[in-house]
Structure formats: C-alpha cells, structure tokens
Write a protein that binds this ligand. Structure first.
Ligand code: UDP
Ligand code: MG
Length: 317
C-alpha cells in the first residue's frame, strides 16, 4: 500500500497549528481506515523559522501522535522554499505527497479524490479553486490578474491553482533535479510532465491567524514567477524601443513639413517631454535587463536553498 505524506509549511501559525493537526490527522486516519493509503502515512509540518510557538506545538504534536513528523528550518526562507524543503524531505519516506497550507483554506475533503486519481495512474493532481468568493475583492482581483499576466507571458500555470497538489514519488524524484534558487513551484511542476488531473474545491477562509502573504510578498512572488520563467518582458522592451523610433521618425517628418510650410512653433515643451519620456523608457529597459542579470547572479552562486536544522520522524531503523 502507498504511503502518503501531507506536507504543511508553517510560518508563525501557532493560532491554527493544533486545529490543522487535528483535522489532518482525521483525514489520514479516515484514508487509512478505507485502506487507500498505508498505515505509516504521516503529516510533515515544516517550521519555516517561525518567531512564535509554532515549533513547540509541532514537537508536542509529534510526541502525541505517530502520524506527525516535523522539520525545522534554521531560519525563515519563505513559503516556496519551505514547501520544497518539506517535499524533498518527504520524498525518501513516502510514495505520494500532498502539499497543503497550515491554515486549512484548501478543502481537505478533496485529498481523498486526489488519492483516488493517483490510484488511477495520475502522477500530479492539482487542487483548483472553483470560486474565490471567500477571498477579499482585492486578493481575488490581483490573483486572477496574475494568472492572466502569466499566461500572456507564455508561462504555463494551472489557472486558480496555488500550492495544494498531489505528487507521486517519481514526480518528486524528477522535481528534486530542479536546482534553481529562483523557485516558483506553480511554474515548475507543469514542467515535470506525466499524466496530470485536477480536483475542484471551494476556497475557505483562514481557520485562525492572519495571512502570511502581505501585498509585498504577493508582488514579489508574481514578479519572480514571471522573470524566472519568461524572457518576454525583455522582448516587449525591444518592441517598445522600435515603436518609439517609428514615432520619432513620424515626428521628424511632421517637423520638417511644418518648417517647410512655415508653421513651426517656438517652444521647448515637446522637446523636454520627449527627453524625459525617452529617459524613463531607457531606465525601465535597463532596470528590466538588470532584473535578469540579478537573477543570473543569484543562480550562479549556487547557494544552498535552505538549512534543515532538525527532522523529527517515527521511522523504524
Ligand atoms: N508560509 C511559510 N513561510 C512564509 C510565509 C508563509 O511557510 O514565509 C506558509 C504559511 O504558514 C501557510 C502558507 O505558507 O501555511 C500560505 O500562507 P498564507 O495562508 O498566509 O497565504 P495566503 O493563503 O493568505 O495567500
Ligand atoms: Mg492561506
């Protein structure tokens, strides 16, 4: 029978940890009872350098239940890295991994559907939100805009899918070969291949605690997603440059004609405006290219992506 690992990144989640541990244990016990997964399936809580009591609570859950494992990272590395750390640690211990947020916004009821699809031969099953009524207007609009921009930039992602997904052992095996530091899991997982499927669910409100994804982190995730997967912004800049050159040729023809017919106006407004405008465009272009060079710089250093401090398991030697 296949061993399932539920991988849960946690950053300052003391408010929800006990509730989600209870719920996730219930889900595992239910699936074990139905003989869909092995008895030694487990939940792996990844503590992403929390500043509150999250790790203490994880240790407590670990001592109380053989279903709970814990992974402690030495500092806060962010959701994408924490999740990767958890998936790669789980890879050697499990046959299937499902990643889910600690706040239970994703519907645990569809985990069973995911497992069923896995048994039908799917290697990756995406959890897709079929509505976002529970998200704030702002979050909904920005998130959906993001998926559209990604698509326009030619990055393959699954619409309305975040990081709630099932991956088989061989999908994880292949995923572990991605060594990049600029992580954007939603863009990387579709590159694995194999047969995939989706399950649909309604996104709920956070059980407790606050979002750990403020606007700044959301924007940086979106920006990282685009620039790690697409060089289209650079070609857009090139296109803009060509357009401006065409415009300036038209302006030159116009100026020449009006000089010829003696209608030229004295004035520097147009001159100054165009200098400023072009200066701005050039700065954006340089900045844009700089972003990519910065990314190359970070990749080239080949630093370790996270530091595992402790791994608590109930593995038998
Ligand atoms: N998270 C993390 N490290 C961070 C920020 C968030 O591990 O630096 C975890 C967090 O504990 C949660 C998940 O990532 O389990 C998603 O975060 P959150 O629910 O706050 O994001 P939202 O649902 O508001 O987008
Ligand atoms: Mg959340």
């Amino acid at each position: 029978m296949d061993r399932l690992a539920l991988v849960v990144p946690c950053y300052n989640e003391e408010a929800v940890l006990e509730i989600s541990a209870k719920e996730l244990k219930r889900v595992l016990e239910d699936l074990i009872g139905k003989e869909k997964i092995a008895k030694d399936s487990f939940i792996l809580f990844v503590n992403d350098g929390s500043k509150d009591r999250t790790w203490e609570l994880i240790e407590k859950e670990y001592q109380a239940s053989s279903l709970v494992y814990g992974l402690k990272l030495a500092g806060n590395v962010g959701h994408q890295f924490a999740l990767t750390a958890g998936l790669l640690a789980a890879k050697d211990l499990c046959d299937i991994a499902v990643s889910i947020d600690a706040d239970l916004q994703d519907d645990t009821a569809v985990i069973e559907e995911m497992v069923d699809l896995y048994h039908e031969g799917k290697d990756i099953v995406y959890g897709v939100r079929n509505d976002r009524k529970k998200d704030s207007w702002f979050k909904r609009t920005t998130a959906q805009g993001f998926y559209k921009v990604m698509a326009a930039m030619g990055v393959k992602t699954v619409y309305n899918h975040a990081d709630f997904r099932l991956m088989s052992k061989r999908a994880l095996e292949y995923f572990s070969k991605f060594e990049e530091t600029n992580l954007f899991l939603r863009g990387m997982v579709p590159l694995i291949g194999y047969e995939t499927d989706c399950v649909y669910y309604e996104r709920k409100e956070r059980v407790a605690g606050e979002s750990k994804y403020p606007l700044k982190k959301m924007l940086s995730l979106a920006w990282n997603g685009i620039t790690s997967f697409s060089v289209k912004p650079i070609s857009l800049i090139t296109g803009l440059g060509v357009l401006i050159i065409i415009l300036s040729i038209c302006a030159a023809i116009y100026a020449f004609l009006s000089y010829f017919f003696g209608t030229v106006e004295p004035g520097w407004t147009s001159l100054i405006l165009s200098i400023w405008f072009l200066g701005g465009v050039q700065l954006i272009a340089i900045g844009m290219i700089g972003q990519y060079i910065g990314k190359i710089y970070i990749e080239v250093k080949h630093r370790p992506r996270y530091n595992v401090e402790t791994l608590l398991t109930h593995e038998k030697e």
